[in-house]
Design a protein around this ligand. Structure first.
Ligand SMILES: Nc1nc2c(ncn2[C@@H]2O[C@H](COP(=O)(O)OP(=O)(O)OP(=O)(O)O)[C@@H](O)[C@H]2O)c(=O)[nH]1
Ligand SMILES: [Mg+2]
Length: 410
């Protein structure tokens, strides 16, 4: 396999790592890196979706998981809520990331305080309060109570696609008339935005913030902004987990995932030095191959290149999974990412030459030499993962492009 990254870009990366290392004591960096390098395993993240009956909660849960409503394991939609118990939906690829479909507060006839106790509010990192029309006093009381409990919440106005469609029809605008359609859409969104704002203001909310979404297309309307907002309002580690675990739903997803994985990779590389020397055949030095293997697997999952994620995406866009897989050039499925796979990469001469250069570059980071395992271990781990990441990003972009292509007609 040819290396996906150039020596120049690598030097730049390492200069950044060096700068970061110079700001802190090595022991601190090393301890922090070890703790944070396992964040997908150690950090739990749970989002709660609540709102009145029929607001579109379960549909939104499915949309957040990149799923169709009828996919296996999807939340049931369009049915009257029969259970009063919070339903948990997790990602098989990331078991610590959960989305909870809560019974609507109006449905259970509790006060906001009782409701939050019943649904175990401390389990959730933040709440999304969904309404498909006007927000109610139940919604705002709940928000107030959530705030009292020092948690974040976001008002989401769902089904804006319905409002847009209704308005367009009532104005008699033809779908072919692109300019008019866009103009009308903008007017509808402005109106819904203002109505929701006034509605919440009237209920006593001082500076309401409402995000307009449609379950049918999360790349549109306010979902990208909502995602950005809740990511921004999490602490750093939870934010990274959120970015890594949410499927690719918006244009920016891949870029954000890449940045999050880049910051993880150098922590992994530092952690790999601390683990110590594990001698390997062919190498004059040791490095922790299991860290490399597990991180490569994580990278595959983060970019939706594992079998489970590819199947979900294929089902969503109505294409055979093989069609999506056909454009993946570099990233193997999870079970094929093994120690042998990593050793095969190392054996390739192009890679070998580059690693030697990396070690030379590392001479400029004398600090690393003092770590157990030293620069070689860091260099190998960093380089292998960085290269794998660059390739996974390319594969993910191709899969997304393939998924977005209009379906071929037979
Ligand atoms: N057009 C459109 N329909 C939506 C949207 N979100 C939900 N729906 C539809 O609204 C209906 C109710 O959605 P659900 O997701 O079941 O609502 P819920 O809040 O879970 O309802 P309960 O569980 O009964 O409280 C379903 O028929 C959905 O398909 C949306 O964004 N756009
Ligand atoms: Mg529901």
């Amino acid at each position: 396999m040819d290396p996906a990254i150039t020596i120049e870009s690598l030097k730049k990366d390492l200069a950044e790592v060096k700068a970061a290392l110079e700001q802190k004591k090595l022991e601190d960096v090393s301890a922090e890196a070890q703790q944070q390098s396992n964040l997908l395993k150690n950090i739990r993240l749970a989002i709660a979706i609540t709102g009145s009956s029929g607001a579109g909660k379960s549909s939104f849960v499915n949309a957040l998981r990149g799923m169709k409503d009828r996919a296996e394991g999807a939340a049931k939609t369009g049915v009257k809520e029969t259970t009063m118990v919070p339903q948990e939906y997790s990602y098989p690829t990331f078991p610590n990331f959960k989305i909870w479909d809560l019974p609507g507060i109006g449905t259970v006839k509790f006060s906001a305080k009782e409701y939050l106790t019943k649904v175990n509010f401390s389990n959730y990192d933040f709440f999304i309060i969904v309404s498909s029309g006007r927000f109610t006093e139940d919604d705002t009381n709940l928000a107030l109570e959530i705030q009292k409990n020092k948690k974040k919440f976001y008002y989401v106005r769902s089904k804006v696609d319905v409002d847009i469609d209704n308005d367009r029809r009532s104005k008699g605008i033809d779908l072919e008339d692109t300019h008019e359609v866009m103009q009308s859409e903008k007017e509808t969104l402005d109106t819904v935005r203002k109505d929701s704002y006034d509605n919440l203001k009237a209920l006593g909310v001082s500076s309401p913030r409402v995000f307009l979404i449609s379950r049918w297309d999360l790349s549109k309307y306010d979902f990208p902004l909502l995602q950005e907002t809740f990511e921004k309002e999490q602490d750093e580690l939870k934010r990274d987990v959120l970015i890594m675990c949410l499927p690719i739903l918006t244009k920016d997803s891949i870029k954000k995932k890449k940045a999050a994985m880049e910051s993880l990779i150098w922590k992994k590389a530092i952690a790999s030095c601390a683990v110590g020397l594990i001698p390997l055949p062919l190498l004059s030095f040791g490095f922790d191959i299991s860290i490399v293997v597990s991180t490569m697997r994580d990278i595959g999952k983060v970019f939706g290149l594992d079998d489970y994620s590819l199947n979900i995406l294929a089902n969503r866009v109505g294409k055979p999974v093989e069609e999506l897989k056909s454009v993946i050039e570099h990233t193997p499925s999870t079970d094929k990412i093994t120690a042998e796979f990593v050793m095969d990469i190392l054996k390739s001469s192009a890679m070998w030459g580059t690693i030697t250069v990396v070690e030379m570059v590392l001479d400029f980071i004398p600090l690393l030499g003092s770590l157990y395992g030293g620069g070689s271990s860091f260099a190998t781990t960093f380089y292998l993962l960085k290269n794998f990441l660059e390739n996974a990003v390319k594969d993910a972009e191709k899969v997304q492009a393939k998924a977005a292509e209009p379906k071929r007609h037979k």
